[in-house]
Design a protein around this ligand. Structure first.
Ligand code: NDP
Length: 255
């Protein structure tokens, strides 16, 4: 595979599961030093061993804590000497009727999905200024419209979407690009075998241009593109990787 990130350092939050694992694997394949951040250190260590410990660093972090994020980014820079790409992927969706949504639910989703991006961008900024690097945030199709039982998540991912756009303007003059990827239903191998996976995919297929579903590797491909020099003049973009679901009118199939 092309080594677009040889000598570059990339932080991936939420690298202990799902999409984050796929993103970390992709950057490692393309030659990056990869910093794996999440709370479950045992999982990060396993992935680091798979990718090779010479060019990976596993750091236990809670992305809802400003101090923890700052310390994680400091550890990354200490180990690899700088930072080129921050991928803010850690996130949490909560399916709950609005009437039953508590303040704690709301705050948990907002802190995991939105505060995490704010803390990451602020702590990474001095280092990205030096490298003229970039940020990619993982939003969601749920940040581009509303869904049943997902009010907190809709609000949080909507915030990620517009934070991406605003931040692109503040950081553009520093030579730093900021983009987001907006996945829809994305299933890793561990989910694809779930007994409900088939009916879920069928329901999504009703609203999508393409059939099937995206995998973490599909999201990783978009993240790698946006982080690369191929995207040198792209900033403030929200790139849906959703089989066309957000290109639809929202109506179910008429014919
Ligand atoms: P998973 O639940 O598989 O993984 C979530 C990751 O976030 C884990 O690595 C988890 O690590 C980490 N995380 C959660 N809370 C914290 C925290 N407080 N501190 C540090 N890390 C945390 O999710 P996905 O891979 O499915 O989702 C990844 C991103 O993609 C999320 O932002 C999600 O909203 C978004 N997305 C996913 C879609 C999908 O269908 N999968 C669709 C659209 C968007 P740990 O528990 O070890 O801390």
């Amino acid at each position: 595979m092309e080594q677009r990130f040889g000598g570059k350092t990339v932080i991936v939050t939420g690298a202990s599961s799902g999409i984050g694992v796929g993103i970390a694997r992709r950057f490692a394949l393309e030659g990056a030093n990869v910093v794996l951040a999440a709370r479950r250190k045992d999982r990060l260590d396993t992935l680091a061993a798979e990718l090779g410990t010479e060019r990976t660093l596993a750091v236990a972090t809670d992305v809802t804590s400003r101090d923890a994020v700052q310390a994680m980014i400091g550890a990354a820079v200490d180990r690899f000497g700088g930072l080129d790409v921050l991928v803010s992927n850690a996130g949490l969706g909560l399916g709950k009727d609005f009437e039953k949504t508590t303040l704690d639910d709301w705050r948990l989703v907002m802190s995991t999905d939105v505060d995490s991006c704010f803390f990451g961008a602020q702590a990474a900024l001095p280092h990205l200024k030096q490298s003229r690097g970039s940020i990619v945030q993982i939003a969601s199709a749920s940040g581009l419209g509303g869904d049943r039982m997902l009010t907190a998540y809709n609000a949080a991912k909507g915030a990620v979407v517009n934070f991406t756009r605003g931040l692109a303007f503040d950081l553009g003059r520093l030579g730093i690009r900021v983009n987001a990827v907006a996945p829809s239903l994305t299933l890793g191998a561990e989910h694809a075998d779930h007994p409900d996976a088939g009916s879920l995919i069928e329901r999504f297929d009703q609203r999508r241009a393409l059939t099937g579903y995206s995998t973490p590797a599909d999201i990783a491909g978009a993240v790698a593109f946006l982080s690369s020099d191929d995207a040198r003049f792209i900033t403030g973009t929200i790139l849906p990787v959703d089989g066309g679901i957000t290109a639809g009118s929202g109506q179910p199939p008429l014919f």
